[in-house]
Design a protein around this ligand. Sequence first.
Ligand code: ADA
Length: 875
Amino acid sequence: MKFLLTLLAALCLTPHLLASVRILTAKNATPRELYAAEQLREATHDLTTPGNITILLATRDNPLLAHAQLAQFWPGATESFILHRTGNRIYIAGSDASGVLYGALSLCDLLHAQHAIPSTLDIEDHPALKLRGTAIGMQKPEIIYEGAEYDYRYTPQNFPFFYDKAFWTRYLDMLARNRYNTLYLWNGHPFTSLLRLPKYPEAQELPTAQLEQNIAMFHWITHEADRRGIWVLQGFYNIHLSHTFARAHNLPYHLTTPTPLATAYTRYAISEFIREYPHVGLMMTLGEALSPHQGANWLTNAIIPGVKDGLKEIGSTTQPPIVIRAHATDITADLKAANPLYTNIDTMWKWNGESLTWTNIRGPVLDRFKELIANSHITIANIHLLSNLEPFRWGDPDFIRQTVLNFQKIGIQGVHVYPLRYWDWPNTADNPPLNQLDRDWIWFDAWGRYAWNPNRDPQKEHAYWVSRFAQRFGTSQAGEHLLNAYQLSGVCAPELLARIGITEGNREVFSLGLTMPQLIDAKRFGPAQTLWTGDAPPGERLDDYVEEEAHHEPHHGLTPIAVADSAAQSSAQAVTEAEAAAPFVTKDKAEYGRIVNDMRSIHQLMLFYQAKTQAAALVMLYGYDHDAAHLHAAEPLLAQSVEDFRRLTALTNTTYRDAAAMHTSQRRIPVTGGPHTEHWRDLLPVYQKELATFRTRLALLNTTLDKTQPESNANIQPWPQVSFTLPPGTGEEFTLESGIALLGDKYAKATRVAPEITGFKGIRLDLKQHGPVRFTLAQPAQALVGFFKIHGLTGPSNTDAENWNPVLLNAITLDRGAPLDVWAAPLAAGENELDLSQPYVVLGFIAQNQKTQQRVVFTTAATPGQPPNLDWLFE
Ligand code: ADA
């Protein structure tokens, strides 16, 4: 007998004899429930468990669960489940098919964590947020389709991933595992890539075979998504037309105002979309092309009628949700007009603009969200482009948890998460590129986890994420250090952008740094005020900080200097943590190496900002008290920032392809986007030049600036002029004195003029005038010209630069915009012409042998009491 028992015990250890897990689904199980069963089959495949276990999964009211003693769901429950074990039976009861899926996935999670079937099970769960989604851009880093922003045709050349079923399976499985239930595809005008549109054959933009392949693929993707509980929504911008249709009807590709034809076409395209893809949703951006005040008209005359036509075609009486973005439209008027016509409108608005800056919102951003919540069904927070996080690894789970907790407090019931690199999906910026699903796993997982439930114990969460890192890197010690590194580095860019950045929009790439003028005079670069009034906790900007310093007043809230210091410190600790993981990393050492490099890069960037912010504050203080000692103290700090940036460049030179995925000229800060301004190595010369200029100006200042008499202009006489004649044509003669407009007769009035050129006869051009200006000179001369600041340039453009030399700096202050420097170039006597590519004004002519000693003319503010313009110190 004892022998028999021993034999049985031995047999009990043999997995295949014992691992009998039966999985039963309802007779009429939906594809979603069958997918759930598939996941369970996989999860139980290798399990060793004593006794036969039967798992029954179905909706709560299905006969399969008739004998189970299970609680009822509350009225209106969706996506909810009960997981219960009685004896050897495990019941997964869903409020609906999604509930069944989530019950099954929860059981899978438990099986993976415990490597055994739990002996007791009594769980009820449901999601915190109703809509939990990710986004994919059917959009690219460059504008490639006939100059039209956001328009890209779905083709294998443009979007190879779209045709890759293995990729989609992996991506959709990941989404399901993280309980996402929505997926948004973004594009300008997707209809001609996904629909036949027989009523307007001239609208067809793709070869028929390509179109058919797209239609088949889209059906496949949306069906596969649906099996996983994921509702696909297709996004579109308004009014964007098929390009072939536009050409055929002599219309622009994008319209600011509806026309009857555009209305009929769009209405038809939308109805066809609903007919072809009844289970796919629509999300729309009413602007940017369409004028904001036309949104209501367009929505009620084109879009909603199109949706209703489509519903009629498929014989449906239920109105599916449509998602309207509040971006670039008068959403108040839109909703007022649309709500009486359509009962199921969801809205979407950007959380923290196009960056991640805070776990919360306040002021105008909060007010906008409240308005949307009050006037629509579900309001979705759009975690839009992550312009301040690109291109580095980012995954601070607690930041995300707290953010979702705040969604709940505010009443936001949906989240829509962009990938960390949007315009180049699915590639990362690493060199060579990695797949974002691999590199940025924590980004997707953390948003999904907390959109499902943010009310989790932070300590247990810490342990959970440690275990997730441990799975990837081999040991829990490595996990602990790496999670710490991610969290310590994760807070830096969000906190710092709001204090010193220009905008939370993708107009700025934070990882490429800021120029001194951008730091010392952010106002001149069109800052987005919501960055600090809505998307950050109360605190100071650099100008507030310096003003208070200058007036010896107390500071309030977070200060730029303190935040820059703490970012430098926190990122230093992140490096220490990442490096400390080294002895414990037993798996994926290549990725570990890249993480360390990222942490070092983030730290260098924060050191750059720390030094440069301090330098900027000193320069700004000089604006108040004219104590040149501040400038001298700023110089080593500025030099340090350049050295930090050089190190950052060295760290990223071979490891990164670029700093941001958007390569268009829509990017303006720190410099205009384009093929030669994508990388840190492109910006390093900009910062080096800035330092060199500052040193030259400082030397100049030492010789010309008398602290007790800062404006030493009193005894300077005008230079003798060379006369000219201006035939009719381009340009208008004027006399240079304060109060005169220098660009046409409206723009940019001079407030002060350097004495050397006061009273000069010049030639001013209209802003819109093009072509050369022709004139005749009485003798050989030097032409004096002022260039208006454009795209960060205050002198001649590269093409013209060779002939021109700066002679007077900060020589004419203006009522708006940066002061003008005076540049000189030699011209022969007789007929001449000037044709310069920067907007400019001809200030007059002086003799070729006239001595011009370069000097800084105005160092004090144009308006008394205001800090002066200090850009001339750097440009
Ligand atoms: C801004 C941004 C664009 C796009 C747009 C939108 O204009 O620069 O890249 O994201 O917003 O649709 O929200």
